[in-house]
Design a protein around this ligand. Structure first.
Ligand code: ADP
Ligand code: UDP
Length: 238
């Protein structure tokens, strides 16, 4: 398989075509962004850490029967994935209050959410990724009803698998964002699962071990990502 042109340069990853129309290469750069791209920095080792972290999680999800786009690790910062037709939608599940739900609903951080709640956002940085609902998705044709159902079902299935995985490592999965796409008519989990797109707290101290360290200028961002990885068994060294 040969790497061809860059098709898309996102905020943290670059997407390359390959000579197999069904496959893409995701290149995890060292770039880190927050606030819809308004805060951007380069963090050394970040691309490698997130590439290997994501590969580990995607394989755990596959083992649990969840269809993902992950094919194989190609290099320190690259993975081969299925070429999906992405929905312009972000699916968020929350187990504990943090981030935008606190601001929107005036709830303090750190409250358990029972049952865990689900939110859709439109993937559009220029609009600040606004919250949307299922009626919007239908009316504006962003996804078909059966695909929306599947995305909800898979996003909650991911919660069951990963809450348990992180808890074994002494961490709480506070919330996370997933993106899905279609591959030969099937809804498949795409993009990435890394501490860039979720919140993880130490169970005892509630120390933040995710991208909030970058958003809030707490420092030790990549060290925290590596600590999370080590606690769940990710191997960063060859
Ligand atoms: P952003 O788009 O938020 O800046 P990234 O820098 O992570 O994010 O860019 C990666 C892009 O690749 C995103 O737009 C994502 O939707 C897209 N993508 C992720 N996985 C796949 C896939 N398997 N097939 C097609 N596109 C994908
Ligand atoms: N998230 C993400 N990309 C986005 C928006 C949110 O990965 O464009 C993740 C975020 O890291 C968190 C969860 O989705 O784990 C919920 O984010 P929230 O709505 O609280 O927004 P935030 O306050 O993080 O901007």
């Amino acid at each position: 398989m040969n790497k061809l042109d860059e098709l898309f340069r996102g905020k943290a990853k670059s997407v390359y075509a390959t000579d197999d129309a069904d496959k893409l290469i995701l290149f995890f750069r060292d770039d880190t962004s927050a606030f819809d791209g308004k805060k951007i920095e380069q963090l050394s080792r970040k691309g490698m850490v997130n590439n290997k972290f994501n590969a580990f999680i995607m394989q755990k999800l596959e083992e649990a029967g969840i269809n993902t786009h992950f094919d194989s690790l190609l290099s320190e910062q690259e993975s081969v994935v299925k070429h999906l037709e992405m929905f312009p939608i972000e699916c968020v599940v929350r187990n504990i209050t943090a981030g935008s739900i606190c601001r929107r609903l005036g709830i303090e951080e750190g409250k358990d959410i029972n049952p865990p709640t689900f939110e859709f956002f439109l993937k559009d940085d220029s609009l600040g990724d606004p919250m949307i609902n299922e009626f919007h998705i239908q009316s504006f044709g962003w996804a078909e009803a059966e695909h929306v159902e599947k995305m909800k079902q898979l996003t909650f299935a991911v919660n069951d698998v990963l809450k348990a995985l992180f808890l074994e490592g002494g961490m709480l999965l506070v919330d996370y964002k997933l993106e899905f796409g279609l591959f030969k008519g099937e809804v498949v989990l795409g993009d990435e699962f890394t501490p860039d797109g979720c919140r993880l707290w130490d169970k005892e101290t509630r120390k933040k071990l995710d991208k909030d360290r970058f958003r809030q200028g707490l420092g030790g961002v990549i060290e925290a990502y590596e600590e999370v990885g080590h606690r769940i068994g990710v191997k960063f060294e060859d």
